[in-house]
Ligand binder design. Sequence first.
Ligand code: IFM
Length: 455
Amino acid sequence: MSSYHFPANFLWGAATSAYQIEGDPLADGAGASIWHRFAHTPGRVANGDTGDRACGHYRRWAEDVALLAELGMTAYRFSVAWGRVLPDGRGAVNQRGLDFYRRLVDALVERGITPMLTLYHWDLPAALQDRGGWRNPDSPAWFADYAQVLFHALDDRVPLWVTINEPWVVTIPGHVDGELAPGLRDLDAAPRVAHHLLLAHLAAVAAYRASGRHQIGIAVNLEPQHPASAALADQMAAQRRDAFINRWFLDLLLLGSYPPEMAEIFGAAWPEEFTPISNPPNPPFSKGGESSPTTDFIGVNYYSRGLVQAEPTVRPLGARRVSPAAEVPITTMGWEVYPAGLTATLLWLRERYGALPLYITENGAAFADPPAAHGVIDDAQRVDYLRSHLHAAALALAQGVDLRGYFAWSLLDNFEWAHGYAQRFGLVQVDPLTLVRTPKRSASVYRDVIRRGGI
Ligand code: IFM
């Protein structure tokens, strides 16, 4: 394919999340989140970095909206910090926190930029963690109550809602590996944490169906899993990892039961009653449809593929992801640049779950950018990554996949969780001292793609 025109109403955007960019996490009466607590615990985040300042977006939001407009973006995906709106996670609304998001949404709409609002991008209010967090069976109801505050305040201007970002990451790095907040190592809790996240999504969708006027979906991290060798053990490991990462959440939402591999993966820790789901009672899950009662769209966060090797000592999967061969391009996160996996993922989603609308809600790469030369940060590797993945998306569109938008991760260099500020995903550089924003060459390449509506 030498050139391709995307559909006229295709959304072109960039994505961010609250804790990663906002800074001032306790301003104006906000309650602390688990990420605030985690980052302030010595040894949890590289270099002792925290989100206290981040990109200063909480004060510079108007400048960032102007930047989105200058780059020609037609959409912007951001998340709301639950604790700004409900400092204790439940109960009284903090009007000043809510007003911050009202102003942001108003400014986006004024500029003709479609807001896509993520309700939960990992920053649970610490007060709820003190009640067990996502391990607590009440957590879906907490989430639905919080979601309704936002629906009520913003649904007239926000047409696209995402409930939860990457429930797998919340569950495994957050509750099993201890790498991300809340930093637990509680393997036995993982199936229930995941289940509560799914019930939280369903509860928010049910609330939205009662009052909302637009579209609501979920964003999942997906990557094809390939065996590292032809050995049968590696092939079986890749299949288990496919269930674990790609199918755990979507099978339940769209097919009505967990993948059979889950019981094998978790062994005694897998609750018997989870297969099939009993709550909600028998919703009309239907494979092959263009709509689903459980989600209006699927948000795809795609970065790379997994190369999988059997490794019985790694719990719970009995497998690990291995590094790609030395000659393939990799990012500074150690992730292989593998655009073909994006096309494959989009086609796989349609094949397995039906023709639901899809958005690429995150796609991007961390590289060590060169210093500016003659005023230009020539992030050539990110430019290649962007181009090749847009091409991969176009290949899926050309095969009839209902892909409706692309959100680059990320608008700004930001707080990359346990890596602190060391990993840079931005189309726009943020000077760590002055917070001055400088668009990189990838930003101008993206602007040209948007202007042309194609590649
Ligand atoms: O920065 C994260 C984001 O918060 C969730 N998806 C993956 C990105 C890169 O690691």
